[in-house]
Design a protein. Structure first.
Length: 352
């Protein structure tokens, strides 16, 4: 059984839908297959079955989940083969960069019975419109949540001993970069950006544990909003970048400008404030030692939670409307032909 890693390259954030899809696969790829099609058209199932098969054959496979439906996949990446399959439809539209060379479009929409689909035209259009309204609401709530977050951060900063935190940060940086470097033989990405968690219709969907497993040193930063968690990681990121290290950069699922988890490959070291980091931590950095909790305003935290709940409910509404579209498309699709595409694609991937 090969290693399976799970992550997101898109996110439902306070900045709207945020995409890192250009980091799914690197420029030195062997092959990128871009699936085009329709709701319920089997794109996710096709990728999942190919990924699971190749994992059982011993390959390292990344499953890239959909933030609006974590049970579905937006793409997969087979590390050793440098091959990816990606859903190239909205909101993560992808087109070939090197058509006819490394990049290929696979059109699954050709297997739709268009005459049958015409029967459901009005219902599909209505569901699509409702889906769009639900996303508008979700992103509006998340945008409002950012303002509350800024209020919380500004208030909490009044209780932070930044002199103490800066001294601690300096010691952490010295410790991290004193570690002996290991050689990375097969460099796929020199720097890669993604999410390990996403705001979804089910709440926060989090696959950080699949990224942390097997890393030698993990620093978990613990602390309230505004105490400097992301600032510490950003300083370590800047230093690692100057030194030319290979980096995996995973962003905060709500505030994507913040780095939540940083993996420095040559040092076999990860720094994170993701809640899953604590159970894997070899070092815990507790910023509460430099924070006066008396400045906390609980009502602001409550408002933050209310807005997140409203955003989650709106994402659920969007998913329900997408499900309506899927139900209308499913009877019109010839899945036997999609199965043949999957079998042919798998044979080609194995032969490459």
């Amino acid at each position: 059984m090969g290693n399976i890693r799970r992550m997101f390259f898109g996110g439902n954030t306070s900045n709207g839908f945020y995409s890192f899809h250009n980091y799914i696969i690197s420029e030195n790829r062997k092959k990128l297959y871009i699936l085009k099609g329709m709701p319920g058209g089997g794109k996710s199932s096709l990728m999942k079955r190919i990924g699971e098969y190749l994992s059982k054959q011993g390959f390292t496979v990344e499953f890239h989940h959909c933030p609006s439906d974590p049970d579905s996949l937006d793409s997969i990446f087979i590390t050793e083969k440098r091959i990816a399959i990606a859903d190239g439809t909205s909101p993560h539209i992808m087109d070939p960069v090197y058509p006819g060379l490394t990049d290929e479009i696979i059109d699954l929409a050709q297997f739709i019975d268009r005459n049958m689909l015409k029967i459901y035209e009005d219902e599909i259009i209505n569901a699509k419109s409702a889906n769009k309204r639900a996303y508008f609401n979700a992103f509006s709530y998340l945008k409002s949540l950012r303002h509350i977050h800024d209020i919380i951060v500004e208030r909490n900063r009044q209780g932070v001993d930044f002199e103490g935190i800066n001294a601690k940060t300096k010691l952490i940086i010295e410790e991290i970069f004193s570690e002996k470097e290991k050689e990375i033989k097969d460099i796929v990405f020199t720097e890669r950006h993604a999410f390990t968690a996403a705001n979804s219709p089910k709440g926060l969907a989090d696959y950080t544990d699949t990224v942390l497993e097997g890393i030698k040193r993990i620093y978990y930063i613990k602390g309230e909003k505004g105490t400097g968690k992301s600032t510490i990681i950003k300083k370590i990121y800047d230093e690692a970048k100057i030194r030319g290290f290979i980096l995996e950069v995973y962003h905060d699922p709500t505030f994507p400008e913040k780095i939540e988890t940083l993996n420095i490959k040559e040092l076999d070291t990860c720094i994170t404030y993701n809640r899953n980091g604590e159970k894997y931590a070899t070092n815990i950095i507790d910023l509460s030692e430099h924070f006066d909790e008396r400045v906390i305003n609980n009502s602001d935290y409550e408002l933050y939670s209310i807005l997140m709940e409203k955003a989650t409910l709106s994402l659920m509404e969007a998913k329900n409307n997408h499900h309506i579209m899927e139900k209308k498309y499913i009877p019109t699709i010839d899945y036997s032909k999609i199965d043949k595409v999957r079998e042919s694609l798998l044979k080609e991937i194995i032969s490459l």
